[in-house]
Design a protein around this ligand. Structure first.
Ligand code: F6R
Length: 607
């Protein structure tokens, strides 16, 4: 969601802020702006739409100043028009903000009562006016900030500049991440380390409730209780080089093609080739004493969790529940004492998942997180953090993060199954051998790109598409439908193939594409029967299967595409690749903005 950048520089900052905002584009946004202090006054430029509009504006109306803040806005309160774009400013203060100020209506009314005049429809503007009001009462910037923090409710992050203090940026975190970058006589503020990567690698992350006074020579951080606290300086792993598109047209395409490599990188952390077994870091629990594992996530990460449930139940004989974070957190369920809760998130910042994690913590659960962003909130708040090593995922539609999540979840399954006494040494070695073949098989599967491009031309004009799968292919069908709808804007649904006759079959008429995910596993013949039902009703069946399955389907009217034959543990990961390629090519064929689809944000930090 919204991207925040602040720079206290040694020279003009507007161009550098624009570059940094460009790196945050992947988070999703619909307007942008920059404010600086120049000649003792706040000056700003804002534009709706993409950053190119802001760049054009800066070309004709440049912005001077060596301190500034910038923002990419994903609209919550008020449409994405210029007056609602950040920074919001008064005569003394400018502010950029991510998240929601829940008590903004009360604050706005109070501030209007003091004669303050609001210009926008946003909740953000109350921050600028409240800070100004407190400064007008004679407080200095730091004490005004401290007072303001006690007045704001909600989950947010923001960065502010104060006209009379060209040596200072203020930043706060209450629910959404803030990274402070330390440079050489310069300082930076960003919503994440990706934005700061070319500026510095030395980063301090604010913790919940912290606010910071950032100067060129360092930072003073105050905890929620007002005490000055030390937060560790970390060296971020995000490198500048990692975030280009290379020879690819879109980040999504690049990220799909990176999968063999990043799956291999990820396996490298969990596979011990000498002992031929999966080795995880020491677990903060003994699986024998765990009554239940609860998996919680959102979107694509939730589908990874769905698949993990199949594996953990089947291979580990463990009791597993899987839940959508936004539902789980408000249901306030009873949680078995001694239970383990696993939170899956690419960003590690999705607000619903993070709040669900905190709820589970309050219920005495042991917290395990599986994240891609190393220093994210979920990484830091877990008893054990497992990592995917996918590198920065910039395309809004998740691809390599999903398959690396599945890779780690497969490793976790094997490790827990072994600890649970359900896997012999030989079985462990056999499964591990299957996993280490995965990068090579993924590379082979990518050869379907041309076939998927061809089929995409046929799907691109369609209105509806169905995805069917059984067992471990069911979450992949769900993921396929999500991938297609989010970037192609075609209505798509994923169903358990066995549910077809309970309703969805009514949707099948002449020519409706039905993507059937059918590896030749023990459920193949059942899925094949569902395929016949689709064909009998005029559905345009497109089957993804393996060589064995293709042989069995010879002579059917379905279009059959062949994924390399793999064992059941790794097959779902491979079958994900053609559905990603297909969704990507459909979106390209429709001329859509693949990497930044409309209305979507990469990291959903509001609920
Ligand atoms: C879909 C997609 C989203 C995310 C979801 C959770 O392609 O990217 O559905 O999976 O917003 O995000 P994380 O994994 O960062 O918690």
């Amino acid at each position: 969601m919204c991207g925040i950048i602040g720079i206290l520089g040694k020279g003009p900052v507007a161009g550098r802020i624009l570059d940094a905002l460009k790196r945050l584009e992947y988070r999703g946004y619909d307007s942008a702006g920059i404010a600086t202090i120049t000649e003792g006054a706040i000056d700003r430029r804002r534009a709706s739409g993409k950053l190119v509009n802001l760049k054009t504006l800066l070309g004709s109306e440049p912005l001077a100043g060596d301190i500034g803040i910038g923002h990419t806005r994903w609209a919550t309160h008020g449409p994405p028009i210029e007056k609602n774009a950040h920074p919001h400013a008064t005569e003394r203060v400018a502010v950029v903000h991510n998240g929601i100020i829940e008590n903004f209506a009360e604050l706005r009314q109070e501030l209007v009562g003091f004669g303050r005049v609001f210009q926008s429809d946003t909740d953000t503007e109350v921050i600028a006016h409240l800070l100004t009001h407190l400064l007008d009462q004679g407080r200095d910037a730091e004490s005004a900030m401290a007072e303001m923090m006690s007045r704001l409710d909600g989950a947010f992050a923001f960065c502010a500049l104060v006209k009379d203090r060209p040596d200072l940026l203020l930043a706060a975190r209450q629910g959404s991440a803030v990274a402070i970058g330390l440079g050489d006589g310069e300082s930076f503020i960003g919503s994440d380390a990706v934005g700061l990567a070319p500026l510095t690698r030395r980063v301090v992350y604010l913790e919940e409730g912290d606010w910071a006074a950032v100067r060129r020579d360092g930072v003073t951080i105050h905890a929620r209780d007002g005490q000055v606290v030390d937060r560790p300086v970390t060296l971020t792993e995000v490198s500048d080089a990692e975030v280009g598109k290379g020879n690819y047209r879109h980040f999504m395409e690049k990220e799909i093609h990176e999968q063999p490599e990043v799956i291999g990188d990820t396996l490298g952390y969990y596979y011990n080739p000498i002992r031929r077994r999966i080795v995880l870091p020491p677990l903060p629990f003994r699986i024998a004493g765990v009554p239940r594992i609860t998996i919680i996530a959102a979107g694509t990460s939730f589908y990874a969790g769905m698949l993990a449930k199949y594996w953990l139940e089947r291979i580990g004989r463990l009791s597993v529940e899987v839940d959508i974070a936004s539902e789980f957190r408000y249901r306030q369920p009873e949680m078995s004492p001694g239970g383990v809760s696993l939170f899956i998130s690419q960003s590690g910042e999705t607000l619903d998942t993070l709040e669900a994690l905190r709820y589970a913590r309050s219920q005495g659960q042991i917290i395990v997180s599986l994240v891609n962003v190393p220093d994210s909130s979920m990484a830091r708040e877990a008893d054990l953090c497992l990592r995917t090593y996918a590198g920065p995922e910039i395309g809004v539609a998740s691809t390599k993060a999903f398959t690396t999540q599945l890779t780690v979840l497969a490793c976790l399954t094997l490790h827990l199954a072994r600890e649970h006494g359900k896997l012999s040494t030989d079985e462990m070695a056999r499964y591990a051998e299957q996993l280490i073949r995965l990068p090579a098989l993924a590379a082979e599967t990518l050869e379907l790109a041309d076939d998927m491009r061809a089929i995409a031309e046929e799907i691109a004009p369609c209105r509806d598409v169905l995805y069917l799968g059984r067992g471990a292919s069911y979450p992949i069908a769900m993921e396929g439908a999500l991938k297609l709808k989010e970037i192609s804007y075609i209505h798509a649904e994923g169903y358990a193939a066995g549910e077809m006759k309970h309703g969805p079959i009514a949707l099948i008429t002449d020519g409706v594409p039905v993507i059937v995910i059918a590896p030749s596993d023990e459920l193949f013949h059942k899925t094949a029967a569902n395929l016949q039902e689709v064909l009998a009703r005029g559905g345009r069946a497109i089957v993804l299967t393996d060589t064995e399955g293709a042989a069995k389907l010879k002579g059917t009217k379905a279009r059959v595409f062949t994924v390399p034959k793999a064992e059941p543990l790794v097959a779902p990961i491979l079958f994900t690749i053609p559905i990603q390629l297909m969704a990507y090519s459909v979106a390209v064929a429709r001329g859509n903005d693949v990497d930044q689809p409309r209305n979507l944000a990469k990291s959903v930090t509001v609920e």
